[in-house]
Design a protein around this ligand. Structure first.
Ligand SMILES: NC(=O)C1=CN([C@@H]2O[C@H](COP(=O)(O)OP(=O)(O)OC[C@H]3O[C@@H](n4cnc5c(N)ncnc54)[C@H](O)[C@@H]3O)[C@@H](O)[C@H]2O)[C@@H](O)CC1
Ligand SMILES: [K+]
Length: 493
């Protein structure tokens, strides 16, 4: 699914209005109807509804929603926050349409603020994607009051006060909704972990904007949903054999960290690879043979660390990093690997830290190497950033400069391609914030690379399946109890 910036959404509106054709008032009606359909599935009409409207088109949506809900026998109270003398044309038209149905209450200043019954559901339609500056004055006061109340809040399109695609200041007044119903597209702001409390659960309501415009308009931002992930899966043919699905090599583990090697190896085998070899230090030989009988093992001459690159010509993909540490000998091994490798490569964990500490190695990264840093590893690699928007830009620049693919791990892991495109992931949960899940991701993506998936697809699909398995694991174990091995157990597609 594409993610458009505010300006592009405005253009999509205008194009639809001109070409559908449909009047902007009818488009607002359609959007409000879509919202109301969603809302009626969530909330019964015995609960009172309070709709807080601004005076632009977001407020216009609020007024139309008020009318539509009252037609469905909801008890609706409408509050208009008088932040400006002027109102948009469609706000005005809906204000007149509402007059026959309901009286509205105007909020000019703090004294007009209403008492809110505890069971009232609040619909936030004060400011939408037209936000051009921070909410101040009476808007900020209403936002504060609603945030302090215990009521459920549903935001129309986007929480009032939240910028759709740029950074807010810390002190900005922003609604903290339980959920957001966004028109047609998710907003870039929803992907930023820092905005979690200003988004809540979010849903996309299809309001029928022009398909032609949407498919013809380029964007650098995408959201990987189920259908997009599933169409990347290459079906296994009936007459295939293990040679069809590649032979991967994972270099992992050190003394005390053989678990990381085992997790990545198991996940790799559970992700469809034909053959897997593990290169590990001597101390891990028996652990590995017993834990993963399906994997072949090559043993490093060093007992505790990886020091010597094995023969690598026969592998279709190589993954390196989980639990390897940063010993000098391992730095040397990575440098040799980068010189010799002619196949697909994934770099994770301590191997990324080695790159950060030896930046000359970055010049030797093969094109489309997949890097899987968590935020701290990325910071070591690419430097500090002030906020998540800046970090994303840094990742795009880094990916373009070094022609690599970066999986920036976190909620909504961002897969940043070497052309600068960003694919945000839709699966995963906070239960995955536990040791070893990163090693699992390394195994999955290495497996897909070895099977011949293009590195872009391997990264996007691997991140999606990793999160999906995490979601399945959390359903059974709960987010607190689940561990990385549970994620491996739930892999399957
Ligand atoms: N995207 C779409 O396809 C559609 C959008 N619609 C609605 O239209 C909204 C956008 O409407 P508008 O562009 O009128 O903008 P908003 O309703 O978000 O804002 C209203 C106006 O307030 C002013 N303003 C901006 N920031 C302010 C601030 N901090 N304090 C006080 N005033 C401020 C601006 O002049 C802005 O135009 C969307 O969020 C959505 O709810 C729907 O009606 C129909 C279709
Ligand atoms: K809003």
């Amino acid at each position: 699914m594409k993610i458009f910036k505010t300006e592009q959404i405005r253009q999509a509106d205008a194009y639809t209005i001109a070409n559908a054709p449909i009047s902007s008032l009818d488009l607002m009606e359609r959007a409000s109807n879509t919202f109301v359909r969603w809302f009626c599935n969530q909330f019964v009409n015995t609960r009172p509804i309070g709709i807080f409207c601004g005076k632009g088109n977001n407020g216009g949506d609020g007024l139309a929603i008020a009318r539509l809900l009252s037609e469905k026998a909801y008890q609706v109270k409408v509050y208009i926050v008088e932040h400006s003398e002027d109102a948009s044309e469609d706000f005005h038209a809906n204000f007149i349409r509402l007059e026959n149905h309901l009286t509205s209450f105007k909020i000019h200043s703090e004294v007009d603020l209403p008492q809110i019954p505890a069971n009232m559901v609040i619909i936030d339609a004060m400011l939408g994607s037209g936000l051009s500056r921070a909410a101040t004055g009476i808007l900020a006061e209403v936002i504060q009051k609603l945030n302090d109340a215990p009521n459920k809040i549903v935001s129309v399109d986007i929480a009032s006060g939240l910028y759709a695609d740029r950074q807010n200041e810390k002190e900005d007044a922003i609604i903290k909704p339980h959920c957001t119903v966004s028109f047609q597209f998710p907003k870039l702001a929803f992907m930023m972990p820092q905005n979690a409390e200003f988004v809540g659960n979010w849903f996309v309501a299809d309001i029928g904007l022009s398909e032609n415009f949407i498919s013809a308009t380029p964007t650098s931002y995408f959201y990987t949903d189920k259908s997009e992930a599933e169409c990347k899966i290459i079906p296994r043919k009936k007459f295939s054999h293990k040679g069809t699905f590649g032979h991967g090599l994972i270099l992992a583990g050190s003394h005390g960290k053989m678990g990381a090697a085992i997790l990545s190896g198991r996940a790799c085998l559970r992700s469809g690879i034909g053959l897997l070899s593990m290169h590990i230090p001597g101390c891990g030989y028996e652990i590995m043979q017993i834990s993963i009988p399906e994997a072949m093992v090559t043993v490093d001459p060093d007992h505790k660390h990886l020091s010597k690159l094995p023969q690598i010509e026969s592998y279709s993909a190589i993954g390196i990093g989980p639990g390897v540490g940063k010993e000098k000998v391992t730095v040397q091994l990575l440098a040799t690997l980068l010189k010799q490798i002619k196949t697909r490569l994934l770099i994770d964990a301590d191997a990324l830290n080695i790159l950060s500490e030896n930046p000359y190695l970055l010049d030797h990264l093969p094109e489309k190497t997949v890097l899987t840093p968590h935020p701290k590893e990325f910071q070591r690699l690419a430097g500090e950033s002030k906020n998540e928007y800046e970090r994303l830009e840094l990742a795009r620049d880094f990916a373009k400069k070094h022609k690599v693919i970066i999986c920036l791990k976190g909620a909504n892991t961002a897969v940043v391609l070497s052309n600068g495109d960003v694919h945000f992931n839709s699966t995963g949960n906070a239960g995955m914030a536990t040791g070893g899940t990163g090693d699992v991701l390394t195994g999955i993506i290495t497996s897909l690379l070895a099977q011949g998936y293009e590195p872009e697809d391997a990264a996007i699909l691997g991140v999606y399946q990793h999160g999906l398995a995490g979601d399945k694991a959390s359903e059974i174990k709960g987010q607190s109890a689940m561990i990385a091995s549970d994620v491996i157990d739930k892999l399957g597609w």
